[in-house]
Design a protein. Sequence first.
Length: 442
Amino acid sequence: MNYKTDIGYRKESLIKLLNAVIVYENEIIQALYDDFKKPAFETVLTETSYVILELKDTIKNLKNWAKPKRVFPSLLNFPSTDCIYKEPYGKVLIIAPWNYPFQLALCPLISAVAAGNQVVVKPSELTPKTSEIIAKIIAKVFDKNHVEVIEGGVEISQELLAQRWDYIFFTGSVAVGKIVAKAAAENLTPVTLELGGKNPCIIDETANLKLAAKRIVWGKFMNAGQTCIAPDYILIQKDMKSHFVTYLIEEITKAYGQNPVESPDFARIVNTKNWQRLVNMIEPKKVIFGGQTDIENCYIAPTLLEETSTESLIMAGEIFGPILPILTYESETDIEAILSKYEKPLALYIFTENHAFSKKIIQNYSFGGGCINDTVVHFSNKRIPFGGVGHSGIGAYHGSLSFDIFSHQKGIVKKANWLDLPMRYAPYKGKLATIKKILKWL
């Protein structure tokens, strides 16, 4: 089968994948619960339903996305017809993370298949049950020469990266992203790197604090904080802090009860290594709420920290867990001083009713994407690009952009033969003044 040219086969494969995801949804939910007690509601919201919607949208639009696009020709080439052809890169490697292990393996796969590529998917070894169900679904849907899942640990990833690929799509940490980029550079392989960062959540004196607390608690503690676009720290106007902390505690308690360890709606840390890394960040004297931990269950309670220094361990890098440090500012100069200490984040959030303030933040700081008066939800809109900038990533995807990143844009000029202007041909004597006038007019 020629995956490169057969649009019908691509579409048929994606329809089979859609049907398989629907059939196996309960097994997927169970796998994520077994891996790190991810609640069924969060799995449906952020994993299975997201993949199903992505599949439906891609199936619906595939033919239109794949067809050549006519563009206005250059007058220098008159008469001509100009088009952009979208062709697959060829052999694609997708390395998926553990935090949203189903969605972040399947969504890039959907687009890579839609664009006509052959694909190898490497799921995360840290979520073995989810990796197993992904492998099961892919084996049932695709021919092995078209799409294959290769399971394993770091050594398998290293072996895969040592091979030559036509495109690599990686989601994960900045540290591993650098390794992937270095390996790709050996063969000049193009990459998309979806990484992370220290995502600020700025709250000014005009914000609706109660609603802000509710939306921040949801965005931060969903998936136990193991979300690349979760708010990483709060930066709030100093006079508002005490009221806001009260609202945060109220909202955490409403969401997860007096004892979150008993809540069926709160996930666990993926493994003991990450648990220990997070526990090391918690300075007991700074805890203003939460702080309880249990290594046997990889549990860390939703935790609020009163933070006064950007030099502390928890402010050194991305937290990626259910710990939320709260810093204060008095002026916009303070905001600049804090944000400038870090690389460009994947997300930035602003809670304010002051349009001029939010506009200034958006224009003055570089970041992947974000929200005004909410968190995380920008990820859900397929019509806007999702991706990082600088250390938070390379490239953006979602919707038709996902198809485009796995497609080489090949420009073609079809020149007509009924007219052939002599101006461009040698000898050039006597033509310079004329060509300058023409180029200036263009």
